[in-house]
Unconditional design. Sequence first.
Length: 251
Amino acid sequence: MSKKDQYIHGMDWTFQHKKGLSELANYRKYQFNLIKKNLGRNILEVGSGDKGFTAQMIQSGLPIDRLVSIEPSDDFYTHYQNNDTFPEYVKFTKEDLFSLTPETHGKFDTLVFIHVLEHIEKHREALDLSASLLESGGHVLIEVPAGPYLFSVHDDLLGHYRRYTKKILRSAINEKYYETERIWYNDPIGVLGSFVYFKLLRKKLNTQEGASLVKNQGSLYDKYVIPFEQSIEKYFTFPFGLSLTAILKRK
């Protein structure tokens, strides 16, 4: 890990345990299904990470003309630089969101922040800047960790500035630029596991014990809990959840 990489925090543990994470296939699809109907054809993904969500967008079969995926972390960008083969319309760059302008990148009809906004200290400024990169009527699609009461050693390790409530997320949304079309909680059962393993037992995923947790309990969660929740959440929304999703429309 580069000593100068200000973005990675403790997330380099994923380099050693990528296999365990990639096995959470249902959760990956679950994340994507939350926002897929609002996905446009000209997309900016903020935070490439391991390119897992990028792959979900491509594999969905939805029509996409351009997908620019930016990653500010030199370590993440370098580690996953040759990860998988993507179509020619997908471009990965090592850039920080705050360095982008309409002059350098044009405008997009969709901006995607999948568990990224919590890593940005000035999250309101990030969304304000995003408005300048969006076409009128375009969407910002956001998923963030929910529940400040769940903030734990795991959040510290990942470099999270915060976990969200609807009120906290709304405070980052400038009504001058955006209409909030929908904001809702997801994964209510996941709250229990997070509270027990990370808040009470203070498990750290950057350890062998943590890797085993992902492989064993995580696999059961992915195989049984996620499909069950996804079927229920088609009809009901809950007043709490492990994550919070928001759909914003550019005015």
